[in-house]
Design a protein around this ligand. Structure first.
Ligand SMILES: Cc1ncc(COP(=O)(O)O)c(C=O)c1O
Length: 442
C-alpha cells in the first residue's frame, strides 16, 4: 500500500495544477488601469461604484443596491436600514463567522443563537420559535458556503412574529432559492472580499427591494447624510447616525471585471463540484455536504465530513481523526482547511458577555433582564458542535481549476482512507486546536 505523504510518501496531487484565487487576467489589469488613468479613485456617485451597483442589481433582479467597503459594513448597514435598536434580540445562527452578528452588537442589540440544520449547516428553522421573545425583532439567516437557507420556513416565522429578515449573503452572490436569485428576506448583505466568488479585494453590497430600508442603510453608510445625485450640492447635514462605508473606484472596477466573467467562473466551479459530489458520495469514511434540491448553491466552499465510525476507528476521537485526516490530505498536496472551529457563542466575546467596556451591550439599561441573563453555552448547539468535530473544506474547486485537479483530489482522499491504520497512528501524535472551554476528552 502507498505510504502517506505525512510519513514521507509520494504526493497524490500535482500541486502545479492548483491555480491561485482570484484569477488575474488582462480584464483585471484593464479595469484597474482605467481607474488609474481617470485619476478618480473614490466618490459616492462616481462611475465604477454606480456601474457596480447597477450591474449587481440587474444580475440579481433586485431594486436597490449600495456598494460599501466590506460585507461586515453591508450587514451593519442592513441593521441601520431596518432599524435594529439597543436591547432588541436578534436571532442568529450558531455557525458562521461572527461578522454575521457584529451589526447586531454594533447596534447594542443582543444576538440569540440557534443551532444548525444537519442537511445544510444553516440555521435550523424548526429551532427558531423556541428562542423568540417579546424583544425579538429580526432573524439573520446566513447562507453558509453559498447554500441558501430554508427561506420559506424562515419568512413564515418572521411574518408570524413581525420580525425583519436580514440575510447574510456574504458567500452566496448569485445563489438561487427555488430557482430564483435576489433578496428573499427584507435585506441582504454580500461580501466582496478577496476570497469570495465575486471578489473585489474588499467590499460589500447591501441589497433590498424596500425603499425605506434602502434610504436608511444608504445614509448609515454615508455619515448619516441624504444620498445626493452627482452634481448636487452637499450640505454636510447628517439626518441620522452613519459611518463612512464607502468603497473605492479601484475595488469597484476590479469587482466589475469579475462580475463580467462571473457566469463562466461559476460554470467551472459547478463542474468541479459535480465531479466531487459524484466521486466522494458512497466512499466509506467521508461524506460530501450535498445541498437540498431547492438550494442553488454558489459553492463558495466545498465541505466534507469525516466519518471515522464507518471505518471502524474506535481508539481515537472523531476530532483527532479529523485533524489528522485534514493534515494528511494537505500533505498529499490538497488545499484543505477548517473554516471556523467553534460555535459563535463559544467565542470569548460571548463567554465574557463583554463586547465593549463594562459588559456592553448586555449591561445596558436598554437590555432586558432576560437578555442580560442569557447563557452562551457552546454545548447548546450539538449539531454545530458535531459538524466542527468532523468537517473540513476543500478549497480549490474554483475557476480556473479543472476536473483534472478534482480527479487527483479524489485519489488523494481515497489514498488517505485506504491507509486508515497508518492515519490513526499518525493521529495519535498530533496536537490540534482546542477551545478554551472544551470539556470533552479529544
Ligand atoms: C458568512 C460571512 N459573513 C460576513 C462576512 C464578512 O465579510 P467581509 O469580510 O467582507 O467583511 C464574511 C466574510 O468574511 C462571511 O463569510
Amino acid at each position: 500500500m502507498a505510504v502517506l505523504a505525512v510519513n514521507g510518501g509520494k504526493l497524490a496531487v500535482d500541486k502545479k495544477l492548483i491555480q491561485k484565487w482570484p484569477p488575474v487576467g488582462q480584464a483585471q489589469y484593464d479595469a484597474v488601469r482605467e481607474v488609474l488613468d481617470s485619476g478618480v479613485f473614490w466618490g459616492p456617485t462616481e462611475k465604477q461604484v454606480e456601474l457596480l451597483q447597477e450591474e449587481a442589481r440587474d444580475y440579481l433582479g433586485v431594486k436597490y443596491s449600495i456598494v460599501v467597503n466590506s460585507g461586515t459594513a453591508a450587514l451593519h448597514a442592513c441593521h441601520m436600514g431596518v432599524g435594529t435598536q439597543p436591547g432588541d434580540e436578534v436571532i442568529c445562527t450558531a455557525f458562521s463567522f461572527w461578522a454575521s452578528c457584529q451589526g447586531v452588537v454594533a447596534q447594542n442589540a443582543i444576538p440569540v443563537f440557534v443551532d444548525v440544520d444537519p442537511n445544510t449547516f444553516n440555521i435550523d428553522p424548526t429551532k427558531i420559535e423556541a428562542k423568540i421573545t417579546d424583544r425579538t425583532t429580526a432573524i439573520v439567516p446566513v447562507h453558509t458556503h453559498g447554500t441558501p437557507c430554508d427561506m420559506d420556513a424562515i419568512n413564515a416565522i418572521a411574518k408570524k412574529y413581525n420580525l425583519k429578515v436580514i440575510e447574510d449573503a456574504a458567500q452566496s452572490f448569485g445563489a438561487t432559492y427555488k430557482g430564483k436569485k435576489g433578496v428573499w428576506g427584507d435585506m441582504a448583505a454580500i461580501s466582496l472580499n478577496g476570497t469570495k466568488n465575486l471578489p473585489g479585494g474588499e467590499g460589500g453590497i447591501v441589497l433590498t427591494d424596500n425603499e425605506e430600508y434602502y434610504q436608511h442603510a444608504r445614509m448609515g453608510s454615508m455619515f448619516g447624510e441624504k444620498h445626493l445625485k452627482k452634481g448636487e450640492y452637499r450640505l454636510y447635514d447628517a439626518l441620522q447616525m452613519g459611518f463612512n462605508y464607502r468603497s473605492t473606484e479601484l475595488n469597484d472596477a476590479l469587482c466589475r471585471s469579475y462580475l463580467h466573467m462571473y457566469d463562466e467562473m461559476q460554470e467551472q466551479r459547478l463542474k468541479n463540484v459535480a465531479y466531487l459530489h459524484e466521486h466522494l458520495s458512497g466512499l466509506k469514511g467521508i461524506k460530501p455536504l450535498i445541498p437540498p434540491e431547492w438550494a442553488g448553491s454558489t459553492y463558495h466552499l466545498y465541505k466534507v465530513l469525516w466519518q471515522p465510525e464507518e471505518l471502524g476507528v474506535k481508539d481515537i476521537s472523531v476530532q483527532r481523526f479529523k485533524w489528522a485526516a485534514e493534515r494528511a490530505l494537505c500533505a498529499e498536496g490538497c488545499d484543505c482547511y477548517t473554516w471556523h472551529i467553534m460555535p459563535i457563542p463559544g467565542e470569548r466575546i460571548f463567554q465574557s458577555k463583554n463586547a465593549a467596556f463594562g459588559g456592553i451591550p448586555w449591561s445596558l439599561s436598554t437590555t432586558s433582564e432576560h437578555s442580560r441573563n442569557i447563557v452562551y453555552d457552546p454545548y447548546d448547539y450539538p449539531v454545530a458542535m458535531d459538524m466542527f468535530d468532523r468537517s473540513m473544506i476543500l478549497r480549490c474547486i474554483y475557476y480556473p481549476n479543472t476536473v483534472e485537479l478534482m480527479e487527483q483530489l479524489v485519489e488523494a482522499i481515497k489514498k488517505v482512507l485506504a491507509n486508515v491504520d497508518e492515519l490513526v497512528e499518525y493521529a495519535k501524535t498530533i496536537e490540534f486546536p482546542r477551545m478554551p472551554w472544551e470539556k470533552r476528552i479529544l
